[in-house]
Write a new protein. Structure first.
Lengths: 66, 165
């Protein structure tokens, strides 16, 4: 790590900080992010022949449906 | 997911399940950053049948009666593929007994303790389990003494050591 340029080291530290912030989110909020990840990953996985089902988005949050 | 959890709670009230808890990737997500998964792994203890055998069939039959059908190894409950995993060994029975009671939005549910998720991953031993252990060690708040005791009691120290350099 001591050979990294300061700018790169700063970016890596910020990324790590972001991951820890995500870990501290409320569970329901994290589940919504998992569903967003599913939306992003599903087309790639389907293209590889894997059958995946994206969960209903914000299905149980009144007014939260996209 | 709240609708799915309400169905699971109804199954407990109806006596179809004795107890359940969220495990797998979604259980880990309770403690760490969101982890991509397409299944909801639900660990269950089932009422014993007259023969003393544990069977998922009464659960599946009840779910079919409620309009929830099997898709591969999962049951689609309110749009979410749920995989039911019976507590088939001492570690899983203990994990279910000691699962945390939490609220998901307005609905009570249970999530396996982080230490049990780590022990189960160690016992299962796949590459993705190793990654789960790494993530939980990095981000979850753990009770180190509880975890050490758990690994010792279930004979998992030998598998654990190579995973924790």
């Amino acid at each position: 790590m001591d050979t990294l340029k300061p700018e790169i080291a700063r970016l890596i530290a910020a990324k790590e900080q972001r991951r820890h912030e995500l870990a501290r989110l409320p569970f329901a909020e994290k589940v919504r992010l998992v569903v967003k990840l599913q939306h992003m990953a599903a087309p790639v996985l389907r293209a590889r022949g894997r059958l995946v089902k994206v969960w209903p988005f914000y299905d149980d949050k009144p007014g939260g449906r996209e | 997911m709240e609708k799915t959890l309400r169905v699971l709670n109804d199954l407990v009230v109806a006596g179809v399940l004795s107890r359940y808890a969220i495990g797998g990737a979604m259980g880990a997500t309770f403690y760490v950053e969101p982890v991509l998964t397409f299944d909801l792994d639900i660990f269950v203890s089932l009422p014993q049948t007259a023969s003393g055998l544990l069977s998922l069939e009464p659960l599946y039959t009840e779910l079919r009666n409620r309009g929830y059908n099997e898709v591969s190894e999962c049951v689609n409950i309110e749009g979410i593929p749920v995989q039911f995993l019976p507590a088939y060994n001492d570690l899983l029975v203990e994990a279910l007994t000691e699962a945390r009671e939490v609220l998901y939005e307005q609905t009570p549910t249970r999530v396996l303790r982080a230490e049990h998720l780590m022990a189960i991953a160690t016992q299962t031993g796949r590459d993705k389990d190793r990654e789960r252990v790494r993530l939980l060690r990095e981000q979850a708040e753990l009770d180190a003494e509880y975890l050490a005791n758990l690994l010792r009691r279930h004979g998992l120290e030998g598998k654990w050591q190579p995973w924790t350099p």
